[in-house]
Design a protein around this ligand. Structure first.
Ligand code: NAD
Length: 250
């Protein structure tokens, strides 16, 4: 894709799942990538397999100080910063009619901190370095769950709706800095997040039967969408919402 070769990116949650595939795809396109994650061991393994174009970096996206260190690491290593992929996310049960409202409220706060405040902190942290590099592209990984409700996961759904609002405001505020901001909305994608939520192969097969394109998505489907939005091929897209869901919400 145009304009990616030689660029520098930070991918949060890059140690596994979609984040890992995004990092791998960007590297194929000539980008150097900071793989920023809580999972140090997995991030180190991923970057070792990617060679000198990837740097593992410990980041908790809820920590403003951690963001400052991550941006500095990217710039010190490679001299610039062009792309941020806000991919890290968690999903916890937060039922509205829970027997134990305390547990639910603390889970709600945790999900909002990672999925909603994390991307806000990331955007704030990268703007100065991206501006100095002449502009950039920020891709926020929301979800098809940013468009519809799902019972039992109110915090996750709210955070993914919120990411759409954040993307719109950031697209407007950062246009003068030549920074584009877009969101990607995956449908069902086969990653550890789904298996840890209890969706085994049989459940994924049942999901696939409901999906008009007849299959669950792969991490490479999402990586391709992110690479497009990070590249100059999407130079006139900002504030855009790209659904990658096999037509499930069509
Ligand atoms: P995953 O659980 O497989 O990977 C998420 C990664 O984020 C992990 O490596 C984890 O360590 C990291 N992470 C979690 N909290 C963090 C924090 N505080 N700081 C830094 N890193 C942190 O998940 P995935 O399925 O690859 O999901 C990636 C993104 O895509 C998430 O935002 C998720 O909500 C979204 N999404 C997933 C699906 C799906 O079907 N898998 C669908 C729609 C949207």
């Amino acid at each position: 894709m145009r304009g990616l070769d030689g660029k520098v990116a930070i991918v949060t949650g890059g140690a596994r799942g979609m984040g890992r595939a995004i990092a791998e795809r960007l590297i194929e396109e000539g980008v150097r990538v900071v793989v920023a994650d809580l999972r140090d061991e997995e991030a180190t393994k991923v970057t070792a397999s990617l060679g000198g174009r990837a740097l593992p970096h410990h980041l908790d996206v809820t920590d403003p100080g951690g963001w400052a260190v991550t941006v500095t690491a990217a710039v010190e290593e490679w001299g610039r910063l062009d792309i941020l992929v806000n991919n890290a996310g968690i999903c916890l049960r937060t039922p509205l009619a829970d027997d134990d409202p305390t547990t639910s409220a603390s889970a709600y706060a945790q999900v909002v901190a990672v999925n909603q405040t994390g991307p806000f902190l990331g955007i704030q942290a990268v703007v100065p370095a991206m501006s100095r590099s002449g502009g950039g592209s920020i891709v926020n990984i929301s979800s098809m769950d940013g468009f519809v409700g799902v019972p039992g996961i109110s915090a996750y759904i709210s955070s993914k709706f919120a990411m759409r609002g954040l993307t719109k405001v950031a697209a407007l505020e950062l246009a003068p800095h030549r920074i584009r901001v877009n969101s990607v909305h995956p449908g069902y994608i086969d990653t550890p997040m789904l298996s840890e939520a209890g969706l085994d192969a049989a459940s994924l097969d049942r999901c696939a039967q409901q999906i008009p394109l007849g299959r669950v998505g792969s991490v490479s489907d999402i990586a391709a969408a992110v690479a497009f939005l990070a590249s100059d091929d999407s130079a006139y897209c900002s504030g855009t919402e790209l659904l990658v869901d096999g037509a499930l919400l069509a």
